[in-house]
Design a protein around this ligand. Sequence first.
Ligand SMILES: Nc1ncnc2c1ncn2[C@@H]1O[C@H](COP(=O)(O)OP(=O)(O)O)[C@@H](O)[C@H]1O
Ligand SMILES: [Mg+2]
Length: 331
Amino acid sequence: MPGDPVLSVQGLSVQFRIGGAWRAATRGIDFDLAPNETLALVGESGCGKSITCASILGLLGGEGARVEGSIRYRGREIVGMPESELEKIRGKEIAMIFQEPMTALNPVMPVGEQIAEAISVHLGCSRAEAKTRALGFMERVRIPAAPERYRDYPHQFSGGMRQRIVIAMAMACQPRILLADEPTTALDVTIQAQILAELRDLCANLEMSMVFITHSLGVVAAIADRVAVMYAGEIVEIAPVAELFAAPRHPYTQALLQAIPRVDRETVTLRAIPGQVPAIAEFGSGCRFAPRCPRASEACQAVPPELAARGGPEGHRVACLAPAPVRERAS
Ligand SMILES: Nc1ncnc2c1ncn2[C@@H]1O[C@H](COP(=O)(O)OP(=O)(O)O)[C@@H](O)[C@H]1O
Ligand SMILES: [Mg+2]
């Protein structure tokens, strides 16, 4: 990976107190994020994508939640960092676009002013300059007639428009790392494609890195350099995007890729994966996918398989005792 990682997550586990006992919602999450890189986190709902990002922002330290392991931002440990230090990093250095846009918007403040305020707080520029920049970002996320809409309130926009404003606000702060939690899911496909292109552009031009959460493999293909596939609180496979699509090795990744509807065939098929993601309290000690896995053996039920190269290239790791064989590469 070129350069030192901007973010290094090791052995991350988020635990919640449920019914009097601590339960690990995620365990052993390991990944690095390089400068300018976009890592996609994919997986079914409930697999721990959002809480992984929330812990990177230091948002999960309260009652009933506990974070173990290490999250280093440019060498500085985030886990256990005092709130006063975290506040200096949040927004300016690491920003997040939340799944639900209204949580990030102030309902009683015009949207343009909210973006401008974020800009002046983070970049320390004048009001006039902040306004000019805010309008620029509203245009970048394709808000029509941005100057006229600068003084409109969040409720005057549709859900998709509000999401674009939140994206503009996050972009405007020019963070080093943007954690984007399903930011384009609510948008129609043409706008989604334009916004993904803008985000890619920002990564390239502003030295920004992204952790991009999505359940859409189409979005992954459009935005990511690398992909981490999560299942029931663990990363089961991580690889460069082209490699993951061409040669998935984990049975869950393979099933996810097969579940994409194929419109280029005569009939649209969607092969659903039988069974469902277990609840946190039902996690077994071995591989969590084993109960749904066509290749599972007794050994899989006993021990959690480590994320490792398993005969493949070092950058492509899989947590499976019986991964698909490594494909022959054209030399
Ligand atoms: N505050 C909480 N208390 C207890 N369980 C939680 C809490 N927040 C999230 N969870 C559980 O943690 C798991 C992972 O949640 P989340 O990260 O939101 O999933 P995803 O974003 O992948 O859909 C889910 O089972 C969810 O119900
Ligand atoms: Mg989520």
